[in-house]
Design a protein around this ligand. Structure first.
Ligand SMILES: [Fe+2]
Length: 262
């Protein structure tokens, strides 16, 4: 499957294996996650017995790096989530939160997302200081830009029959913390297969009081005119508009409004 138009550089997806071939760019060795890696966050861990070596997702990082992109302190990543469920649970990424950036007054980095191919949702969640957890099902049209606030943990669920490919731009330094998800058997809700309708969300018993809400992406100031453009092109050609990803403490009001109720 040719992804060139959606990615803004030449690339092809093999829908059977989930591998992406980059044409004219330096090859990128993906990180691979297998079912055994996800066991601590699954709704039904026993369902994967004997299948631990099955590929769940691939993460390609630092794609299309140039000296100019290195100077921005940002990187461009692609993740491919394969369409094979874990028993009744839909395939997903592990889930993580972002650590505070050393230069950002205790604020962590946001993520800038775009669904490239396949069907899927982002499952976000936020925990307040008094321990109340709210989960968010975030639906976005293919190619729409999605700005995830710094305080929102997140994972991605493949709800379709094809590999789910999504792009994101984030800070180059390692900033992910998986422990909050690993320590509580995953997110506050699990997405289970539900026939041909959307996923059925079932609460994780480790979060007895959690709620679930729906959100959609809202406009991002200064970037609205580029909404739908390949994220890599925004990074390569207009990185001056992405300062909110590197200096999030100066843009807190943007993150309050980047997602809205449908
Ligand atoms: Fe992230």
């Amino acid at each position: 499957m040719d992804l060139t138009e959606k990615l803004g550089f030449k690339a092809e997806l093999n829908p059977d294996t989930g591998e992406i071939t980059f044409i004219g760019l330096s090859p990128v060795q993906p990180l691979e996650r297998h079912l055994a890696d996800l066991r601590p966050v699954l709704a039904e861990p026993d369902e994967i017995n004997g299948h631990g070596s099955q590929l769940v997702h691939r993460i390609y990082r630092f794609i299309g790096d140039t000296p100019e992109i290195v100077d921005t302190a940002l990187r461009f990543d692609l993740t491919v989530v394969m369409p094979y469920p874990f028993g009744r649970e839909l395939p997903k990424t592990t889930g993580h939160r972002h650590l505070p950036l050393p230069w950002a007054s205790g604020v962590s980095s946001p993520d800038f997302y775009q669904r490239i191919s396949g069907k899927g949702i982002i499952l976000g969640q936020k925990e307040t200081v008094d321990g109340r957890v709210t989960a968010y099902q975030i639906d976005a049209e293919e190619m729409n830009h999605v700005l995830l606030p710094p305080w929102m943990g997140h994972l991605v669920i493949n709800t379709g029959e094809e590999p789910l490919v999504f792009a994101n731009i984030c800070v180059r330094i390692e900033h992910t913390d998986y422990a909050p998800y690993l320590n509580r058997r995953g997110a506050a809700f699990y997405g289970l297969k539900n026939g041909s309708t959307g996923p059925e969300f079932v609460k994780n018993p480790a979060y007895p009081n959690a709620g679930l809400e729906n959100l959609r992406p809202d406009k991002i100031p200064t970037l609205d005119r580029f909404n739908g453009a390949p994220l890599y092109r925004v990074l390569a050609d207009h990185h001056d508009l992405l300062r909110f990803l590197v200096r999030p403490h100066h843009f807190l009001d943007w993150f309050q409004r980047s997602l809205k109720k449908p």
